[in-house]
Design a protein around this ligand. Sequence first.
Ligand code: SF4
Ligand code: SF4
Length: 348
Amino acid sequence: MSRKNQPAWTPPAEHLALLPPFSGNQFNGWGEAEPRRPRQIFWLRKSEGHPYGRLLDAVKQRFVSVPAYRDVYALADRGPARLPPPAENRRVASADSWTRAVKDFALNRSGARPEGYPGAEAELVGITAIRPEWVYEGFECTLPNLIVIGNAMDHARLSKVPASADDPEGQLEVCDQYNRGARVVNWLAHWIRAQGYEARPHAGPWVGSLNLLPAAIACGFGELGKHGSLINREYGSSFRLAAVETDLPLNHDAPDAFGADDFCAGCQVCANECPPDAISREKRLVRGNVKWAVDFDRCIPYFNETYGCGICLAVCPWSTPGRAPKLAQRFARRARERAGRPIAEAAA
Ligand code: SF4
Ligand code: SF4
């Protein structure tokens, strides 16, 4: 897959003609010193009137013209499509007890599955309080808590990206994990409503009212990588997110920083492998935060041409099965050693 020393991929003219007359990086807030809420782009359910509407319609058309892609969401089991209203009588329990129950349900811990519910299928679950800055412009989230789940991808399958119409395998793995995440959050929301609480599922690939990436960082899923996606200490970048917004009383998890950000500072694997050279080698100021960020204008045409790309997730060293826990351990040991050294030695 290596593209070292090859020129950057350039988008076809018909693709460029679908873009609005301003930069996607500007739309996303590059260079803005003031914090503001993010703006939705991918994947909108309704594209009418949106500045990227023409592009999104063309992308959808392209996607559904390939039978494997057309069917992958339409025919999949994504859990209950309609949820009942919250039960009239609220069951009362402590936040500790609800937190245990929610995590057991999401992770399908043996014996914890509520009667009448199929087994959930998440590999990761974390809980955080919803922050206004994660809510997309034009939307609101009125419930206080967010349960975030992660579904690990089969790395061997993911490594078959970039996908094409004739070889969809790598991208179908992404779709399959979105469907698995949808089953978890739709059934979890169903069960929470049966306890008498409000619950709203957020399942990909369509963008909901919330940016799930900062929420996943806040609830301990890991750190933001240079490729603009998460790095988790167990699964690297080989997983997908979904979530349930709820007023169920829950305890919140803490962020988990284990050295991935430091690792990215010295690693260029994703930047070297990205065909359109979309991955910035330095952090950038985006809506008031300095962070790793991907050049939207460069990424999106290639992303669309390849039905969702995913190269940067597949090639990240943390995504290689079994490698992330070892890297996390090594970085924890280094941090301990640095902390234990006498000040004069550490400063030398
Ligand atoms: S490939 Fe390297 S630089 Fe890119 S996200 Fe992974 S660790 Fe960070
Ligand atoms: S998704 Fe593909 S094009 Fe976009 S940043 Fe990752 S490797 Fe580059």
